[in-house]
Design a protein around this ligand. Structure first.
Ligand SMILES: Cc1ncc(COP(=O)(O)O)c(C=O)c1O
Length: 354
């Protein structure tokens, strides 16, 4: 089945019990068991729920993986991936990541004995040099939030395999429409499904897809043990959003092309960040590993111009955190999504791109 068809007919798109063309919301916490010890397929909704399973099977197919898992948020999916590891394990992490991921790593996971080294994952030599005896995984976003930096997924997966490490990719900024990391050698792909996959700014959700049965078993165990899974109502809403991903993305891409064109011709804009620009660092890698370059753009105003004055004057484009919905949004990362990253760390990441 082709990707755009899969969006609508993939996974469990109909209710096997009734033939309903929209998978019903199974709003039940538990399922009656016919006899003691029979262990039926459905026991308790934290462990498994038919509406959630329909969504999980759909995302597994869209990313080309073995199994999918739905979580209460993208952050919960990222947290679940990091709980594969134990105190004393070391993970190499991309330098430019969503501010909430930075906070999770530095303010939560380090307290539990996980060790991290942050590197520019577009620099393959730096990634190889950061690997230690206790390294277990390489984690990164591509394109990154907010600088749209590109990392070569295939090249990182090769390095990771040589050292028996997992490659974990946050694919939120691309969506599986534009990029499928598992097909390029990654082991785990993560999404803030709050964004393109949900697509309507009306839910918060996370998804993970893994490339092996062993990882699937571990994720199922962690999802059930931690209890951060997505409820049936949001599972249904997310599946409905996913059905129109291709249609929405076509419009996103058309609008993005017009905005990028405007920004690059506007003298008040000092610099536009978009992987589709031919002189953008990583453009050639993006051209190889992405179908399209996505619909996220970052830009800097000329020195002396006020970001506050600029965003306060916008009328249709809303000042809000998030992305990937049907409305256009704008934000100032330093004081919004990335406010939890100290200024000196932020400026180091920014200077690498100038
Ligand atoms: C790249 C990326 N990953 C993860 C997250 C976290 O997702 P959520 O807000 O659904 O927890 C975000 C949120 O903005 C994000 O941009």
């Amino acid at each position: 089945m082709k990707f755009n068809t899969q969006l609508i007919h993939g996974g469990i798109s109909e209710d096997p019990a009734t033939g309903a063309v929209s998978m019903p919301i199974y709003r039940a916490s538990t399922f009656r068991q016919k006899e003691l010890g029979a262990h039926p397929k459905w026991e308790y909704s934290r462990t498994g729920n038919p509406t959630r399973q329909a969504l999980e099977q759909l995302i597994a197919e869209l990313e080309g993986g073995v199994a999918g898992f739905a979580f209460a948020s993208g952050s919960a999916a990222i947290h679940a991936a990091f709980t594969l590891f134990s105190a004393g394990d070391h993970i190499v992490v991309g330098k430019d990541v969503y501010g909430g991921t930075f906070r999770l790593i530095n303010k939560v996971l380090k307290r539990f004995g996980l060790e991290f080294t942050t590197v520019d994952t577009s620099d393959l030599a730096a990634v190889a040099a950061a690997i230690q005896e206790n390294t277990r995984a390489i984690y990164f976003e591509t394109p990154t939030n907010p600088l749209l930096q590109i990392t070569d997924i295939k090249a990182i997966a090769k390095i990771a395999k040589e050292h028996q490490l997992l490659t974990i990719v946050d694919n939120t900024f691309a969506s599986p429409y534009n990029q499928q990391p598992l097909k390029l050698g990654a082991d785990i792909v993560l999404h803030s499904a709050t964004k393109y996959l949900g697509g309507h700014s009306d839910l918060v959700a996370g998804l993970a897809v893994v490339n092996s049965q062993d990882l699937a078993d571990q994720f199922a165990f962690l999802q059930n043990s931690i209890g951060s899974q997505l409820g049936p109502d949001d599972s249904w809403l997310l599946q409905r959003g996913i059905k129109t991903l291709a249609a929405r993305m076509r419009v996103h891409l058309e609008n993005t092309a017009a905005i990028v064109d405007f920004l690059t011709k506007t003298p008040e804009v000092a610099k536009a960040y978009y992987p589709g620009l031919t002189d953008f660092p990583g453009h050639e890698i993006a051209a190889r590993q992405m179908k399209h370059y996505g619909a996220m753009i970052s830009f800097e105003l000329q020195p002396g111009l006020s970001a506050k004055q600029f965003v306060d004057q916008l009328q249709l484009i809303g000042l809000a955190e998030s992305l990937g919905g049907i409305e256009s949004l704008i934000e100032v990362p330093a004081v919004m999504t990335h406010g939890s990253i100290p200024r000196e760390i932020r400026s180091k990441t920014e200077s690498r791109m100038s």
